[in-house]
Structures are given as C-alpha cells and as structure tokens.
Design a protein around this ligand. Structure first.
Ligand SMILES: Nc1ncnc2c1ncn2[C@@H]1O[C@H](COP(=O)(O)OP(=O)(O)OP(=O)(O)O)[C@@H](O)[C@H]1O
Length: 263
C-alpha cells in the first residue's frame, strides 16, 4: 500500500489580503513523481515555497510524515528540510564558483567531511547528471540544459529523500527538456527518491508524472488530482480537461494526446 510522504492539509496561501489558493488537501506518496500543475499564475510556485519552508501558510500545514512543517519549531523544521533538495527554475548556481564548488557548498555547510571525501561526492553527483569532467567549469561556460543539470547535482548533494523541481523545462529547447525528463525518471528509480515537480509543460506531465494535483485558477483550490493519464480521460472538470488538451476539449485532441503519450 502507498505510504504518505507529504500531506498538504487545509492549506490556504495568501499574499497580503489576496488569497492565492485556499483549503488545499492532497497527499504525495513515497516514490511518487508528483506533478503540481495548473495555468499561469494559479499559485504553483507559491505552493512549492510553502512546502520547502520559504513561506508560511495563512492556514493549514504541510506534513512530512506525521510532522507539520509549520507547527514544528525552527530546529525541527530545519531537520525536516534537511531531507529535501530543491532545483530552482534558474538553476540558482553561484556564478563566481566552479561547478565543483557549487555542488560542494551544501555539503561543507552541513557536514565536517574532509575535502577529499567532499571532492569524491561532488564528482559522483556530477557524473550522475552527465557532467563528469566539468568540475572546474563556471556556470557561464555551460549551456542552459547543463546549468539545470548542475543545479540538480547540487540539489542532490546531501542525498535528499525528496527532490523538488520548479519548472525544470523552463527555457530549455524540447530535446534538452526531454533529456532532463529522462534524467528525472532515471534518478527517481536509481535513488528511490520522491520527486515533486512544478510544471505546466504537458509533455513533461505525461512523460514523468505518476500522480498529480491540479490547482484551479478560477475556484482557487485543488479541484482534481491523480495519475495525469487518468485525468486526461476521466476528469469531470472542464478546466482540467481544457488544460490537459491545450485549451481544446474535443475528442480528436484528446485522442491525439493519447497517441503521443506513453502507455
Ligand atoms: N512575492 C509576491 N508578492 C505578491 N504576489 C505574488 C508574489 N509572488 C507571486 N505573487 C502572485 O501570486 C500569484 C501566484 O504566483 P505563482 O508564481 O505562485 O504562480 P505560478 O502558478 O507558479 O505561475 P507561473 O506558471 O506563471 O510560473 C500570481 O498572481 C503572482 O502575481
């Protein structure tokens, strides 16, 4: 039976008086590649920020196992978040540091490992994302796709149980985006990590997601969720159907999407 990894409970998110989403309730299971989806501006990144400890809820909580992230005191919250890694949309590499120094940073901040051991871990993580031999390169010397992969190596530096990705395919050409999707899938099975991806890229959603939540911009809450393929064929919500069919609700579009998607 699926084991709950993260449970979002009655979560309401606001900026000032403006409610972005209210009363969100859903569960991410251990081992999921879980997609947070919805149209532009519906609050996907804001939700991610609530899940990784960057923004406090107006109401409700994000529970890791039994522990509420925002109920926990700051030390316990830090301990929960130490089990997570985040790949931000920009890759968020420090431009003045080499790739090796960027990936080493979280390790030297969190451990007292000797430099030789840190170098070994860094090289291993860079190799995992296909960047073996690029240790001494600076971010500006890499393509956008390589920068994303280096950001991923850094997010994985401390062997997180849970990896968060904010719009991983943003700014990438379709072929590079597909390679990143393949990498996410291979890491998911190799590391048995739980992966949470914020995206509105339909190709990625169908290629990598086994579970999802849909944030509706109109009602400002989660109106549907589950395996994306299942939602495509069985969702009763017009906004979900429209979103998953690129704005089209006809049968023809739906069957085209079915043909393009993996079984
Ligand atoms: N720091 C902030 N202060 C006030 N409003 C904000 C802030 N950040 C985001 N917003 C607003 O909150 C809403 C949700 O933004 P968010 O970036 O979470 O949406 P999103 O679904 O990730 O969007 P996109 O798909 O375009 O990246 C938007 O209306 C945005 O303008």
């Amino acid at each position: 039976m699926a084991e709950a990894c993260i449970t979002v409970k009655d979560l309401t998110m606001t900026y000032g008086d403006f409610v972005i989403q209210h009363d969100l309730n859903f569960t991410i299971n251990r081992g999921d590649v879980f997609i947070i989806m919805g149209g532009n501006g519906c609050g996907k990144t804001t939700l991610l920020r609530h899940m990784i400890g960057l923004k406090a809820p107006a109401k409700g909580d994000v529970c890791y196992g039994e522990q509420g992230l925002w109920q926990a005191d700051p030390k316990a919250r830090q301990q929960i978040l130490a089990r997570t890694g985040v790949l931000f949309q920009s890759g968020a590499l420090l431009s003045s540091m080499t790739l090796a120094e960027n990936v080493a940073l979280p390790i030297t901040e969190a451990t007292l490992l000797p430099p030789k051991k840190v170098r070994e871990i860094v090289s291993y993580k860079l190799a995992l994302v296909g960047l073996a031999g690029f240790e001494d390169y600076y971010p500006s010397e890499l393509s956008g796709g390589m920068q994303k992969r280096a950001g991923l190596a850094r997010a994985m530096a401390l062997d997180p149980e849970i990896l968060f990705f904010d719009e991983p395919s943003a700014g990438l050409d379709p072929i590079t985006a597909k390679l990143l999707d393949d990498l996410i899938l291979s890491l998911s099975s190799a590391l048995s990590a739980t992966i949470v991806v914020v995206t509105h890229d339909l190709d990625s959603i169908f290629a990598i997601g086994n579970n999802s939540v849909f944030l509706d911009a109109e009602t400002r809450t989660n109106i549907d969720g589950g395996p994306p393929q299942k939602l495509l064929h069985e969702s009763k919500h017009p906004n979900v159907i429209r979103f998953l069919n690129r704005g089209d609700q006809t049968e023809q579009n739906s069957s085209n999407r079915q043909m393009r998607s993996p079984a």
